[in-house]
Design a protein around this ligand. Sequence first.
Ligand code: NAP
Length: 309
Amino acid sequence: MSTTHHTLVILGGGPAGLTAGLYAARARMDHLLIEKGAEGGQVLLTDWIDNYPGFPEGLTGFDLAEKMTAQAKRFDLNSMFGNVLSMDLSAPVKTLELESGESISCDTLIISSGASPRALDVPGEKELTGKGVSYCATCDAPFYRNLHVAVVGGGNTAVQEAAHLTKFAHRVTLIHRRDQLRATKVVQEKAFANDKIDFIWDTTVTAIEGKDGVESLDLLNRDGTVSSLAVDGIFVLIGVIANNTMLPLRELNADQGGFIPTDCEMRTAVDGVFAAGDIRSKNVRQVINAAGEGATAVLSAEEYLHIIH
Ligand code: NAP
């Protein structure tokens, strides 16, 4: 199959990639954004976004993704669907190999491949995924009308989505491994004030039981007490893992979690390669950061091109 070449390739179409696409398109750079699923990334898994500036009433994750995509397309974003399996970053011209057999080369690359929900890794989880085990409350909440569900996790995602689930489920039990939530205070306050949410502290889920669907959870308290909780479903919302299977991790100097370090201009350890959004090695993962990093990455790519040409 033939190789096509672009000045800039953007890998991933979440908020970082879409913002990079917007900046590249407006700068009239020869660019290509490659996305393997739906444009929007993890934002599509978020029910409601209250902290993206410019939307005083808030908006759904789906709406924000759609608006970002439409804005980039207004400036002729060049995008394609494709699954990048591997890449060679060893030469000034970088090459990406796609599942379709196609090769795409580029002078500069922005890695904005994002992150995916982390699994609990306990017995029953894999077998019952899609049968009561879910990683996306926004997608699956309506299946639990008048039922009892558990949410695992204590971060913004778990606590915020627990509140969203109460629009459907009659009871939501949030199970957290410590006795304090990690979520932002305002998100915590909303959850504590919601009488449909109860909390099980200092507890982990050790197994998910059920034959054709989730029936109960095996729980282990910090003090060693084991118990069982009957539920109709479980939402595992315990953070993210890097989408990095296509990346040469050693060359990019990936951190222990497989995320990619950059300097403050989004430059990675490889010349001409930039990273933006949740795939970056960092502590704060917000849509607003991802968007800002996407913009910075394009401006840095432009500067790099000026220097080498
Ligand atoms: P997170 O902030 O990393 O929190 C993960 C939670 O899961 C923590 O409470 C952690 O417990 C728990 N956890 C991790 N591994 C576990 C395991 N194996 N078993 C049980 N519990 C486990 O992840 P997140 O909530 O998905 O958020 C990801 C990023 O997106 C964060 O930066 C977050 O701030 C951001 N985000 C922001 C918003 C917002 O601003 N509205 C909304 C959603 C997400 P410990 O607390 O004990 O570590």
